[in-house]
Design a protein. Structure first.
Length: 127
C-alpha cells in the first residue's frame, strides 16, 4: 500500500477530519462493487487482509446477447459483427496462451486467488 493512499490515511500530522461512523481506532468500512470473476476474488482477498470491515457486492454478469444488442445500438451492426468474430475466434486462443503467464504473475505477486463468497449478489446496482 502507498503511504497517504486512501486505505492508509494521511501521512501529515493534521488531525483526521473524516468520520468513521462510530468504529474504533479510525477503522473504515469498504464496499467493493464488482462483477463475477477471478479478478474480483483477488481484489476482495487483498482488501480483506487490510481492511477489517469489507462488504463485497457482486453484480450478475450481463448476457452476451444483451451486450451485443446495446453495443450495436451505439456503434452499429458492422463494427459489432467484427468485435463478435474477434471474441468468438481469437479470445479463446489468447486466453489459453495467457494461462501460464497469468499463473506466473499471480505467483510472483503472491496473490490470494482463492474463491471468495460475496456478501451480497445483485442483478444490477442500476435497478
Amino acid at each position: 500500500m502507498v503511504p497517504g493512499g486512501p486505505l492508509t490515511g494521511s501521512t501529515d500530522s493534521a488531525p483526521d477530519r473524516t468520520t468513521t461512523g462510530g468504529r474504533p481506532n479510525g477503522q473504515r468500512r469498504v464496499l467493493l462493487l464488482a462483477g463475477p470473476g477471478y479478478s474480483t476474488d483477488i481484489v476482495a482477498n487483498y482488501l480483506a487482509s487490510h481492511v477489517p470491515d469489507l462488504t463485497v457486492v457482486v453484480e450478475r454478469a450481463q448476457s452476451r446477447s444483451e451486450m451485443v444488442r446495446r453495443r450495436a445500438q451505439r456503434v452499429g451492426w458492422v463494427p459489432v459483427a467484427g468485435q463478435v468474430l474477434f471474441i468468438a475466434l481469437l479470445q479463446p486462443v489468447l486466453r489459453r496462451r495467457g494461462t501460464r503467464r497469468r499463473a506466473d504473475i499471480f505467483r510472483a505477486a503472491a496473490l490470494d486467488t482463492a474463491d471468495r463468497t460475496p456478501s451480497h449478489r445483485v442483478s444490477s446496482v442500476n435497478d
